[in-house]
Design a protein around this ligand. Structure first.
Ligand SMILES: *[C@@H]1O[C@H](CO)[C@@H](O)[C@H](O)[C@H]1NC(C)=O
Ligand SMILES: *[C@@H]1O[C@H](CO)[C@@H](O)[C@H](O)[C@H]1NC(C)=O
Length: 341
């Protein structure tokens, strides 16, 4: 980028990024860099926790996503009993430190309160349950959320709809209803459909494109597509940018909403170099698409990543080590923002 190229010879890239942070560099490119986190991570009193909190609240990040505390099992653990207290703590930190919030998530099959499936609701009952949940949760945070992941992981990889309780009880209509209720509850929040494997051209993204066209034709308020971007070292799709552009061409924003790039253990210097290239590819994909609004990391240190818990033979998926040291991936993100695409 010319702006930076002009003074790079006299000021090093690492000096620039430690002064300004990744989000500031992204802002100069019209994008954001965010992270998933929780208040309990940021307000952890250990020395690691203090260093983590300083980074999380610094100019490295401009937007947060609650990693878990806005999921149904936390926000409505019993029918009609809502709990926004844990999520609110991250909102409070965001508001104090000048960061925006993404809301994650409303209609999803996983981390759902068990009563929703166990009650064997009829279609009319389940519709009322989903409506109450969305109107209450989105209404509670009205005006404080930049974007909601309204519908999460609706598709199978073959492009059919996932057989969630939502789909099997309500059919495809649950998607349209969820978006309409979210808009009713907060007219200013951007409303997203979010999924994994949205990072390439595939039967899954063919189906998502067809759905979004249909929703837009019916006047359903959908504003964005979230590509979760839980990727694997050495296997980042080569058509990542093309896949994002195809969504953007439908007239919606796109975002990388949960970026991490995990590798097979053990971690080696070679794998960390490949991971850096892969992060660069991901950031470049967003930079190359005008309607890509930004990138959220799914935690920024290996110490707090979900990966080892779910993929026991894999790890090291984030740009900072478990000691909060910057890995080559961090430098790659910085360089992409300074110089990329
Ligand atoms: C607090 O920090 C310790 C390391 O000092 C870490 O093991 C723990 O996971 C952290 N807790 C939270 C909730 O982030
Ligand atoms: C729901 O249906 C399942 C399977 O038919 C049954 O075992 C269960 O008892 C039912 N639950 C309620 C709350 O009716």
């Amino acid at each position: 980028m010319l702006l930076f190229a002009a003074f790079l010879p006299v000021v090093s890239a690492s000096a620039i990024s430690s002064l300004f942070g990744l989000n500031t560099l992204a802002f100069l490119r019209g994008k954001y860099i965010g992270t998933a986190s929780e208040a309990v991570n940021i307000q952890n009193a250990t020395s690691f926790g203090k260093a983590y909190g300083a980074l999380a609240t610094s100019l490295e990040f401009g937007i947060y996503t609650n990693e878990n505390n806005l999921k149904w099992e936390v926000t409505e653990p019993q029918p009609g009993v809502f709990n926004f207290t844990p999520a609110e703590k991250l909102f409070a930190i965001a508001e104090k430190t000048g960061k925006r919030m993404r809301g994650h998530t409303l209609a999803w099959h996983s981390q759902l309160a068990p009563w929703v499936e166990a009650s064997n609701f009829t279609a009319d009952e389940l519709k009322a349950v989903l409506k109450r949940h969305i109107l209450t949760e989105v209404g509670h945070f009205r005006g404080r959320v930049y974007a909601w992941d309204v519908v999460n992981e609706a598709f199978n990889d073959d492009g059919t709809f996932r057989e969630s309780v939502w789909f099997t009880t309500l059919g495809e209509e649950y998607i349209e209803l969820a978006f309409r209720w979210a808009r009713q509850a907060d007219p200013h929040a951007k409303l997203y459909i979010n999924d994994f494997n949205f990072e390439s051209i595939s039967p899954k993204t063919d189906a998502a494109v067809a759905l979004i066209k249909k929703l837009k034709a019916k006047g359903v308020p959908i504003d964005g597509v979230g590509a979760q971007s839980h990727l694997i070292v050495g296997s980042v799709p080569t058509d990542f940018k093309a896949a994002l552009q195809r969504f953007a061409d439908l007239g919606v924003d796109v975002a990388l909403t949960e970026l991490d790039i995990r590798g097979d253990l053990p971690e080696t210097p070679e794998k960390l170099q490949q991971q850096a290239k892969d992060f660069r590819t991901a950031i470049d994909a967003c930079l190359g698409v005008k309607r890509c609004v930004g990138v959220t990391l799914w935690q920024f240190t290996d110490a707090l990543s979900w990966i080892p818990g779910v993929f026991p033979t894999q790890g090291f998926g984030t740009p900072l080590s478990d000691k909060l040291q910057k890995k080559p991936a961090y430098t790659a993100i910085r360089d992409a923002l300074l110089l990329g695409h």
